[in-house]
Design a protein around this ligand. Structure first.
Ligand code: HEM
Length: 207
């Protein structure tokens, strides 16, 4: 029998953080492309691209603290930490599901609960993104915004070229991430199920 129940999976602060973050990333990527490729492209003026990029960059930084405060304050950050005893085996199982099982109708090896909502691949990806890549992007962005003000740190990290390269490489990463992330988000029990859950908070559970 196919029982269906609703589970509350995404609390309000996570949903607010997530959608502000997604919207700001899209604006940051578009304006970032204009700034990076100013010699070949001009779909907006360079000066408006820079000023939008700066404002939205600060909004994204402030927004990050909603995520950080919520997960640290509630102790729920645990859901981001992989279980080292089985992470490799679970990651392989999950990759097999995404690459094959899903297409032949096999069940998802990971069963989502509020205490264990991420599968092993999501855990690793989200942990690196939230703890390493996003902070690195915010800090390198701040340094590029006021190079003179942060001169000492910029020099300590190897100079402006290094900081700029880090910022651009992480920008490439996030741009590709959004496509993969959106594709994987369509693999719920219906193509829109995970997207809806990120708005309503509730995920349908079938057993
Ligand atoms: C158009 C852009 C985006 C869409 C449509 C989207 C969609 C979704 C959906 C449906 C989920 C819930 C399913 C899941 O956990 O995979 C999710 C979760 C998540 N997304 Fe996105 N996303 C977008 C952009 C981003 C960006 C730019 C980032 C980070 C830089 C991001 C980071 C995350 C994280 C960390 C979670 C798990 C949140 C939590 O429950 O703590 N997303 N996203």
């Amino acid at each position: 029998m196919n029982h269906q129940k609703l589970i509350y999976i995404h609390p309000v602060p996570v949903r607010i953080w997530h959608w502000i973050n997604a919207a700001s990333f899209i604006v940051l990527i578009i304006t970032g492309i204009q700034i990076r490729y100013a010699e070949t492209l001009e779909f907006m003026t360079l000066s408006s691209a820079i000023s939008i990029h700066n404002y939205v960059g600060f909004a994204a930084i402030a927004n990050y603290f909603i995520w950080f405060a919520y997960y640290l304050g509630t102790g729920k950050i645990k859901i981001y930490i992989p279980d080292l005893r089985n992470v490799v085996a679970m990651a392989i199982k999950q990759a097999q599901y995404y690459g094959y099982g899903f297409f032949v109708g096999k069940p998802n090896p990971h069963v989502m609960t509020p205490e264990n909502k991420f599968n092993a691949l999501q855990q690793q990806a989200y942990l690196v993104i939230m703890m390493v890549l996003l902070p690195a992007q915010m800090i390198s962005g701040l340094f590029l915004w006021k190079v003179k003000g942060y001169e000492e740190y910029v020099m300590l990290l190897g100079g402006i070229k290094i900081i700029d390269t880090i910022h651009v490489l992480i920008f490439f990463f996030f741009t590709s991430f959004i496509f993969i992330h959106c594709y994987l988000a369509t693999l719920g029990h219906t193509p829109l199920a995970h997207f809806k859950a990120m708005f309503t908070g509730y995920e349908e559970h079938h057993d």
